[in-house]
Ligand binder design. Structure first.
Ligand code: UDP
Length: 413
């Protein structure tokens, strides 16, 4: 067995790794291509960074391509993102034209690789039209949606659906996001890599230095939310919750840590809203981090007492998993993929308002033993459900199922 896979054994147990090997016996040499819209920043990039080397170690010829475009392309796809999460957005013809043209140009470049692949995974709406632009494709095409698409703005979904209907299958993060589509739909929640810089154990000293660097007091109780500056993550709501909780615990501090993703043009607007809401309070630390600040985020998550993820819409919320893996209870928005992870009163609390979040913050601050107890449960819940080895297993199973789709029985040697 290869070294990379073997390194997971001590966390997951040997059986999990053996099963991956057994499944991959059916897939050796297969050409698999993943396409998304950014190599760095955001949950999709985070997952692909590890999924692809692991698939390669298992003998699958996996590769990763990225669709990039001009500003109008990202303006358009950000509107898609907002619309799929329920916002009523304007979709000017000029933006749709840019979207389709960017896909045509990308198809020109990637056609040989995509048409030759045995399996193509298209992530989210940005590269969705590529399939229809690869007329001589020989493999299976799967649309992988990472977005909370439970109540999309219909007009936009109807437009996007026309590109997606022809796919062989689609994947959603929870059953609640599945749509009416003329092909099989699979549920595969995302996961974290416990060995990455973001999640590995790090020395206490390094954690201390990160607090020193940002002027955060390690002796005072600290709340943390890590997120791109995006309205759906509700950073301003987090500030309201903190302010309410601080009336009872004046020493409370709040850290909001985030950055942008190259495919998200709205980050700056939300960041400015956050800075304004945080003005005049020196105990709110609004950090703008570079995209490769993995160890810094790791340290912040380990140092926090309570982690918040007060999203109003959330496809999954890898930051929730990351914090739970570090033994933190999470107070999360009662929405989308957060519900899969935060088991109310068990691994954290689900909330819908800043007032609700403040109530739970106060409760945990007054019951420190609960912080430890919930944190322990949170870590084990992640070990059982949300590590990269589980996502990998489900991807392999899906691939095996698709290549044997006309057989009644699949033999595993
Ligand atoms: N992240 C990061 N830097 C930031 C903000 C987020 O590296 O400034 C990471 C975060 O740790 C997580 C991913 O980006 O691994 C965000 O994934 P999530 O599913 O929570 O949200 P998304 O950004 O995909 O909506």
């Amino acid at each position: 067995m290869t070294e990379l896979l073997k390194s997971y054994e001590k966390i997951t147990g040997k059986d999990v790794i053996d099963q991956l090997r057994q499944l991959s016996n059916h897939l050796k040499g297969m050409k698999v291509v993943h396409v998304n819209s950014t190599r760095i920043g955001g949950g999709v990039a985070e997952i692909l960074t590890k999924l692809i080397p692991l698939q390669r170690e298992l003998g699958i010829d996996s590769s990763w391509e990225v669709i990039t475009g001009k500003q109008d392309f990202y303006q358009c796809t950000k509107r898609f993102h907002n619309a799929l999460q329920g916002a009523r957005v304007d979709m000017p013809e000029s933006l749709l034209k840019e979207y389709e043209e960017t896909n045509s140009k990308t198809a020109e470049k990637l056609r040989p690789v995509l048409e030759d692949a045995d399996m193509v995974f298209i992530h989210d709406p940005q590269p969705a039209p590529l399939m229809n632009l690869c007329k001589d494709r020989k493999g299976k095409w799967i649309w992988r949606c990472h977005i909370d698409i439970s109540h999309p703005y219909r007009q936009v979904w109807r437009y996007l659906k026309s590109f997606i209907e022809g796919y062989d299958a689609s994947i959603f993060s929870t059953a609640g996001f599945a749509r009416k589509l003329p092909h099989p739909q699979y549920i595969i929640p995302p996961s974290i890599d416990p060995l990455s810089e973001k999640n590995m154990e790090i020395p206490e000293d390094e954690i201390k230095k990160v607090y020193e660097r940002f002027g955060i007091d390690p002796k005072r109780p600290t709340l943390l939310q890590v997120s791109r500056y995006d309205r759906f993550k509700d950073p301003v709501g987090v500030i309201s919750a903190y302010k309410l909780a601080k009336t009872k615990t004046p020493s409370l501090q709040l850290v909001l840590a985030g950055g942008g993703a190259s495919d998200d043009p709205e980050g700056e607007i939300t960041y400015n809203e956050v800075v304004e809401a945080a003005a005049n309070d020196r105990d709110i630390h609004v950090l703008l981090l570079p995209p490769d600040a993995h160890r810094t985020i790791n340290a912040l998550q380990r140092a926090a007492d309570i982690v918040l993820q007060k999203s109003t819409k959330e496809g999954f919320g890898l930051v929730v998993t990351e914090a739970m893996w570090k033994g933190k209870p999470v107070i999360g928005g009662n929405t989308g993929g957060i519900r899969l992870q935060v088991i109310n009163h068990h691994t954290g609390f689900l909330v819908s308002t800043p007032e609700g979040a403040a109530l739970r913050i106060r409760y945990l601050l007054h019951h420190p033993e609960k912080i430890i107890d919930m944190g322990k449960k949170a870590r084990e819940f992640v070990r059982d459900n949300f590590l990269i080895t589980r996502t990998l297993r489900e991807h392999l199973t899906l691939m095996v199922a698709l290549i044997h789709e006309n057989e009644d029985r699949i033999e595993f040697g």
